[in-house]
Write a protein of this length. Structure first.
Length: 490
């Protein structure tokens, strides 16, 4: 049996965690090492919190939370205050988070705690490291956040850490959470950030894969390369547009001034790939930039600031930047699916391919890949539903004290749906494009096609069934969805 290569350790220091690190922790079992400087910052912040609490009120430590901020927690009651806070806030509902999303949340929260703004006891960080290393997964409910902190989800995690609730899978040493650790532990949007990191990584990979799929369709449909020419692209030089045009030329094996193609002018679904895909590339990259900040942020309320040796009550828990970046990314990705579905419509049309309608082989009236259009449009509709801006909503809760919400949590949840739907749409196009090329769709002279595109085509022909008589295409779609991960480098 082939040995699995061990993953490199991920170092958590509160300042330099990268999005790929979060993905690796979420979807693999790399060793997680807590940097000494991060633990030291957490320890110093914990001591600072204890010192300040002894001389003046600190929200959530010596007071209640929300509208109960005016209620003082007495010393006699302090021991039970934290546990009651966690139990009362562990009131989420709905489905449980998938293990990879729960682990992404744990990784993000661990790194945030190592940034030294929470004041949580450093032993809590040790407990999180141990849980990640043993593969323990908490039972975290999906419903219960509005973009002002994942209080319910993180309370679920905290209760698992301290042994008050069982782990969903695996186990970890029981941690001692003091009363002062309760709010400090859950004052974060780590679940929303973690899910967003996974969705952003998947969308970025799918966008790369979509260029490969579009290039295969372009070849089968005899697209005109001049639409991707450097004179055209340089005339309106948006970064994503230029990048996509360059990558498409490389995939097709054409020069920046090539005009190769069958038609004077192609449908938008071929001609506008750099403009539409480029917009999505820029929006998803912008989401990544926002997440880079969020992963390493000190966003707790109150913030224990070592530089000023003080506690600062604040609104860094408000995730407006993330919510708007998620809204923009989903809206920009949607037209990519529309173009894919439109190219699928061209691939089944004899006027574009010179092949049988619906790429069918068999007796007259054979359906071929006809059903793929229904599948694709189902996926497009699902994507369309995700484009409603989550930031259009707001809320007034806790007796009017908390009177605005970003709804970034819902934006992240919709981004996860966006990933699945886009994968489905691209899979339908990939199946049809490969079949069209297999059936002999004539690639125009002047489109030499790159080695990488030819390799992608060869790989697809290996995993997709060659039989073209009418049959179920469900297995082909499943294989194509799996292949997209490889085509996109995901």
């Amino acid at each position: 049996m082939q040995e699995i290569e061990p993953l490199d350790p991920v170092i958590i220091d509160g300042r330099h965690l990268r999005r790929p690190d979060v993905v690796t922790i979420a979807r693999g079992r790399p060793p997680v090492h807590l940097d000494a400087a991060g633990r030291s910052r957490a320890h110093a912040a914990s001591e600072l919190a204890a010192h300040i609490s002894a001389v003046r009120p600190i929200y959530g430590r010596s007071t209640g939370v929300g509208a109960n901020r005016i209620v003082t927690v007495t010393d006699d009651d302090a021991a039970g205050h934290g546990l009651r806070l966690l139990r009362s806030h562990a009131s989420g509902t709905g489905q449980l988070e998938p293990p990879e999303q729960a682990r992404a949340m744990m990784a993000v929260r661990l790194n945030q705690l190592a940034a030294g703004g929470s004041g949580v006891d450093p032993r809590v960080l040790d407990a999180l490291v141990a849980a990640l290393d043993t593969g323990a997964v908490p039972a975290v409910h999906q419903v219960g956040a509005i973009g002002t902190g994942d209080l319910c989800a993180l309370a679920d995690l905290a209760l698992a850490l301290c042994g008050d609730r069982p782990w969903l899978s695996g186990s970890a040493p029981v941690a001692t959470l003091t009363s002062s650790d309760a709010l400090a532990m859950i004052s974060s949007s780590a679940a929303t950030i973690g899910e967003s990191v996974l969705a952003q990584a998947d969308l970025a990979a799918l966008l790369r894969a979509s260029e490969v799929v579009a290039a295969l369709s372009f070849a089968a449909l005899g697209g005109a390369a001049e639409a991707y020419g450097s004179p055209v692209q340089n005339a309106r030089a948006h970064p994503g547009q230029l990048l996509v045009a360059t990558r498409m030329r490389r995939l097709l094996g054409v020069s920046p001034t090539s005009r190769a193609g069958r038609r004077l002018q192609d449908p938008f679904s071929l001609r506008a790939v750099p403009q539409v895909h480029g917009t999505a590339v820029d929006a998803v990259e912008r989401l990544g930039t926002v997440l880079d900040v969020e992963i390493n942020a000190r966003a707790e309320n109150p913030l224990l600031d070592l530089a000023t040796s003080d506690a600062w009550h604040n609104a860094n828990f408000h995730t407006g930047y993330l919510a708007h970046a998620l809204d923009s990314a989903r809206a920009a990705v949607y037209p990519v699916a529309e173009l894919s579905a439109a190219r699928l419509g061209d691939l089944v049309d004899p006027d574009f391919t010179g092949l049988a309608a619906f790429l069918a082989e068999g007796p007259p009236g054979s359906s071929g890949v006809m059903a793929l259009e229904y599948v694709a449009q189902d996926g497009v509709a699902s994507l369309r539903h995700t484009t409603l801006p989550a930031t259009l909503g707001s809320a007034v809760i806790s007796r009017g004290l908390e009177d605005h919400a970003s709804y970034s949590t819902h934006g992240a949840r919709l981004a996860t749906v966006c990933v699945s739907a886009l994968r489905t749409v691209l899979a339908t196009e990939l199946v049809a494009a490969v079949r069209a090329l297999e059936m002999g769709a004539a690639v125009p002279e002047g489109l030499p096609l790159s080695t990488s595109l030819r390799a992608a085509y060869a790989l697809a022909t290996e995993v997709l069934a060659a039989e073209r008589a009418d049959r179920s295409l469900s297995a082909d779609l499943a294989a194509a969805e799996g292949l997209l991960n490889r085509l996109g480098g995901g």
